[in-house]
Write a protein that binds this ligand. Structure first.
Ligand code: HEC
Length: 113
């Protein structure tokens, strides 16, 4: 009888652990991908914005990503909020959470260039 109970308890423990680890995996924060962020910026944003520090293109209505990154008011939250809301002078991209995280990480990475 003791052996059976030990087995039941062990199985229960195993299931609990299994559940706990799969939950943990769901909650894991994905690391933003700067390479993807830059690729998206090139594809979607570079018509209007200068998206990397080396670019030279004068007389643009849209601020360069480097200058956006350097503004004191720019934070991860401010960029995410900006990208989640539609803007009159910018197309609405309906970015997924991962896409906007990658773009935000890319823009923020320009601040120390
Ligand atoms: C059709 C042109 C256009 C495209 C394409 C565009 N933008 Fe913009 N964006 C603008 C303009 C113009 C502004 C200046 C803000 C304003 O006057 O509305 C701006 C402002 C911004 C700002 C805010 C700067 C601030 O002052 O806080 C961010 C961030 C930004 N754009 C990110 C992006 C990203 C990321 C993409 C690509 C997914 C993108 N933009 C694509 C035109 C564009």
């Amino acid at each position: 009888m003791r052996v059976v109970w030990t087995g039941v308890i062990a199985a229960g423990l195993f299931l609990t652990l299994d559940f706990a680890t799969s939950r943990a995996a769901d909650l894991t924060v994905r690391t933003p991908d700067l390479v993807d962020g830059k690729a998206m910026a090139e594809k979607w944003c570079s018509h209007c914005h200068m998206i990397s520090p080396g670019e030279k293109r004068a007389g643009d209505a849209a601020p360069s990503f480097t200058s956006i990154a350097r503004m004191p008011s720019t934070t991860e939250m401010s960029l995410r909020a900006f990208l989640q809301t539609p803007h009159v002078r910018m197309p609405d991209y309906h970015l997924s959470r991962d896409e906007s995280a990658d773009l935000v990480a890319y823009i923020l990475s320009l601040s120390d260039n």
